[in-house]
Write a protein of this length. Structure first.
Length: 629
C-alpha cells in the first residue's frame, strides 16, 4: 500500500504465483490524512484523550438483524411459528434435564391444562443392538401406546423421561423443527428431539420424533402445547463410565508441538481476523488432511493442509501415539492455500508419495523413503480445487488422479468469484461449476512423475460442471475395473461406469442420481451381499424441510422442481445395490437420512463385528457463542 502522504490515489495490490488482484480506491488527500493521522472533530480540541482516539470514517447505520430477518414481514408466518415452538420446546427440555424444577405452575408456561399425549418413553422397547460397548433399544409398535390427558399426567411422564439422566453431566436437549402447518387458531409441528448426558455408567442418548399441536391466544404471545404424540423412540447406552464412546485427544497428541500452540490451537476465529488472502472466503476453514506411513515405521502419520500464508504441516507419529512436527525437515511446509492431500505410492517404489491440491494446481512430491520429500512437479488445473481421489482406472499398475473442482475460473481470476452464489442460480440442478479432471499416471520407473489430462478422451467431460466436492472409486458392477461416483453440491451426482477405460454416466438409469447438496461419498457392502452400496453425506436442513412444503413455496414451479427442492433438504442418502446393477434409496428405512449438516463420511467397522458402520463428520464452523448457528 502506498504511504498516506503520497499525492496519488491509494492502491492496494496482492499477488501470488498464479493470481493477482488490484483494487483502486479514489480518495482525496484530506480523507487519507483523516484516516491515518486521526483528524479531530473540533480543531481547537487538542487534548490527549482526543488525539488518542482514531477517527472513524462515517458510515450509514445498518438496520438490526431482527428487521432483516423477520419471517412475518417476508411472508413466512409459519417460520415465526416454528421459532416460537422451538423456544417453548427448549423450555420444556430444560425441565426434563432438571426434574426437580418441574411443577404445575412452571409447566403452564408451555403446556395447556388439557394436554393430550401418548407415552413419551414407551414401556416396551425392543433390543436393536447390544455388545460390550453399546446397548440400543427402539420402539417398534406405536399402535399400542396409551393415550393420556391432563397436566398432572404429563408432569409425571416428563419426570420419568428424565430419570435415566439423574446426576448426569454434559446434559443436552435439542429439538429440530422440520415441519410446520398453520391452521385457524392453532398450528402443528414435527420435530426430531435429542436428549443426552454422561452418567457414571456411561453416556445416554435418546432420539425421538414428536408430533405436536400448539394453540395461540396467551398473554405472553407464546403458544402452548396442547397435543404431543411420539412416533418413534430410540435410546442408546454406552458402557463407558463417565465419558463418551470417543474422547477428544487432540491436546495430548498435538498439544506439545509449537505449531499447535501458535497456529492450530488458535482456531478459525483467530485466523479469520488475520488471514491476508480471503478470495475464497466461502471455504476458509476447510483444509484437508491425509494419513499415511511416510517413514516406513508402521505407524500412520498426519499431513495437514492450511490456508494461504500458513504452512502445511507433516506430523510424524511417535511410538507412544503422540505426534512430532517434521514439516520443515520433510520439505512439505508449503505456504500456498491448500484444499486436500493424498499420501499414496505414485511410482510403485514402496513408499508413500504426496499430492496436494492448491489453488490452480496439484503439487506432487516423491518420498525419499525416510519421510523426506522431493518436489517433482506442479500440474496446472482449474483454480478452485476441492478434493482428490486416486485409482488405477486403466489397470496399468499406476495410480491415476481425479480432481474435483467447485467454481469456474473467472475472467479476472479467482477474485471475481469471491462474492459467492446468487442471482438466477439453479440450486437443485446446476451445470455451471468448474471442470473436474482425470490425470493419467504415465510415470516411468525411476523417472520423474508424469501425469496427462485424459478427461475428454475418457468421456469424463459428460455432466462435468456440477460444483463437485468429493469423488470415490469402486468396482460397483463387479467387472474388474474401477468405477467413479462424484458427489456434487448443486448439480445431480454422477456415477461413471468404467467400460475398458472409457466412462459413461449411468447415474440416472441406475437410480443413484442423488441431488441434495452432496458433500462426500463412501462405498461399502453394508449388508454383506457381495454388492457395493453407496452412502452420500448431504446437508439436512430443518428450515428447508419446513419451507419447501408450504403452499407459497414456488407455487408456479413444476411438481418435479418442488419435489427436487424438497429432496434437497431431506438429508443424507444410503443407496442399496441391487443385483441388476441399479440402486434403491433406503435412507429413511435404515434411519441414516438425518445425519445433520453432514460433511465427510466413511464406512468403518467401529466395533470389529464384521459389519460396516457409517461415520459422518457434521456441523459447521462456529464461534465461541454456539447460537450463531
Amino acid at each position: 500500500m502506498k504511504s498516506p502522504d503520497s499525492h496519488t490515489d491509494t492502491a492496494t495490490s496482492s499477488q501470488s504465483r498464479n493470481r493477482k488482484r488490484r483494487v483502486i480506491i479514489g480518495v482525496s488527500l484530506p480523507l487519507i490524512a483523516a484516516i491515518f493521522v486521526g483528524t479531530q472533530s473540533d480543531e481547537n480540541d487538542t487534548s490527549a484523550d482526543t488525539l488518542d482516539k482514531p477517527y472513524l470514517v462515517p458510515a450509514p447505520s445498518e438496520p438490526p438483524m431482527e428487521s432483516l430477518d423477520d419471517p412475518n414481514a417476508d411472508g413466512w408466518p409459519t417460520e415465526a411459528l416454528a421459532k416460537q415452538a422451538k423456544e417453548q420446546l427448549k423450555g420444556i427440555g430444560k425441565l426434563i434435564l432438571n426434574r426437580e424444577k418441574i411443577d404445575r405452575k412452571t409447566l403452564r408456561q408451555f403446556i395447556t391444562e388439557d394436554i393430550s399425549f401418548n407415552t413419551l418413553k414407551p414401556v416396551k422397547l425392543d433390543a436393536a443392538y447390544s455388545d460390550s460397548a453399546l446397548n440400543v433399544v427402539r420402539m417398534t409398535n406405536q399402535s399400542a401406546a396409551v393415550k393420556r390427558q391432563g397436566l398432572a399426567e404429563l408432569e409425571a411422564a416428563l419426570r420419568k423421561l428424565g430419570n435415566p439422566l439423574t446426576g448426569a453431566t454434559d446434559l443436552r436437549f435439542e429439538p429440530k423443527v422440520f415441519r410446520v402447518q398453520q391452521e385457524a387458531d392453532s398450528f402443528t409441528t414435527q420435530q426430531y428431539v435429542a436428549i443426552s448426558g454422561i452418567t457414571e455408567s456411561g453416556a445416554i442418548e435418546q432420539h425421538a420424533t414428536w408430533h405436536t399441536r400448539w394453540v395461540n391466544g396467551f398473554g405472553d404471545g407464546l403458544p402452548r402445547l396442547t397435543s404431543l404424540e411420539v412416533s418413534d423412540f430410540e435410546q442408546v447406552n454406552s458402557h463407558t463410565p463417565g465419558r463418551t464412546l470417543f474422547s477428544d485427544c487432540t491436546q495430548s497428541v498435538l498439544g506439545s508441538t509449537t505449531s499447535f500452540q501458535q497456529q492450530l490451537g488458535r482456531g478459525y476465529g483467530h485466523w479469520l481476523r488475520h488471514i491476508q488472502d480471503t478470495q475464497y472466503f466461502f471455504w476458509l476453514g476447510n483444509p484437508g488432511i491425509a494419513l499415511g506411513d511416510v517413514n516406513g515405521d508402521g505407524l500412520d502419520d498426519l499431513y495437514l493442509c492450511q490456508e494461504d500464508g500458513l504452512p502445511n504441516r507433516l506430523y510424524v507419529q511417535n511410538p507412544d501415539g503422540t505426534l512430532r512436527d517434521e514439516s520443515e525437515k520433510s520439505g512439505v511446509n508449503w505456504l500456498e492455500g491448500s484444499r486436500s492431500a493424498l499420501l499414496v505410492d505414485f511410482d510403485n517404489d514402496g513408499d508413500q508419495d504426496l499430492a496436494v491440491a492448491i489453488i490452480g494446481g496439484i503439487i506432487l512430491a516423491a518420498n525419499q523413503g525416510d519421510g523426506r520429500f522431493e518436489f517433482q512437479t506442479l500440474i496446472p488445473t482449474a483454480d478452485d480445487l476441492m478434493s482428490m481421489s486416486a485409482a488405477d482406472y486403466d489397470e496399468d499398475g499406476l495410480l491415476d488422479l481425479y480432481i474435483c473442482t467447485y467454481y469456474q475460473n473467472g475472467p479476472q481470476g479467482p477474485q471475481s468469484r469471491s462474492s459467492g452464489i446468487g442471482g438466477a442460480f439453479v440450486y437443485h440442478d446446476s451445470n455451471s461449476g468448474g471442470p473436474n479432471s482425470l490425470f493419467r499416471n504415465e510415470t516411468t520407473r525411476g523417472g520423474e512423475f508424469k501425469f496427462r489430462n485424459v478427461t475428454t478422451e475418457t468421456g469424463l467431460d459428460d455432466n462435468n460442471l456440477r460444483w463437485s466436492l468429493a469423488a470415490s472409486w469402486e468396482d460397483y458392477d463387479n467387472d474388474g475395473d474401477q468405477d467413479l461416483y462424484v458427489a456434487n453440491d448443486f448439480g445431480r451426482n454422477n456415477l461413471f461406469r468404467n467400460d475398458g477405460g472409457n466412462f459413461i454416466d449411468v447415474a440416472a438409469e441406475s437410480g443413484v442420481e442423488d441431488s441434495a447438496s452432496g458433500m462426500a461419498v463412501t462405498w461399502g457392502d453394508y449388508d454383506r451381499n457381495g454388492h457395493m452400496d453407496v452412502y452420500v453425506s448431504n446437508m439436512f436442513s430443518a428450515a428447508g424441510n419446513r419451507i419447501t412444503f408450504q403452499e407459497q413455496f414456488k407455487p408456479d414451479a413444476p411438481k418435479e422442481v418442488r419435489s427436487r427442492l424438497q429432496r434437497f433438504a431431506r438429508g443424507s442418502t444410503l443407496m442399496k445395490a441391487l443385483e441388476n446393477g441399479s440402486f434403491e434409496d433406503i435412507s429413511d428405512s435404515a434411519s441414516v437420512a438425518m445425519a445433520r449438516w453432514a460433511w465427510g463420511t466413511s464406512f468403518v467397522d467401529l466395533n470389529n463385528d464384521g459389519w460396516q458402520d457409517i461415520v459422518v463428520a457434521n456441523g459447521n464452523i462456529t464461534g465461541e457463542d454456539p447460537g450463531d448457528l
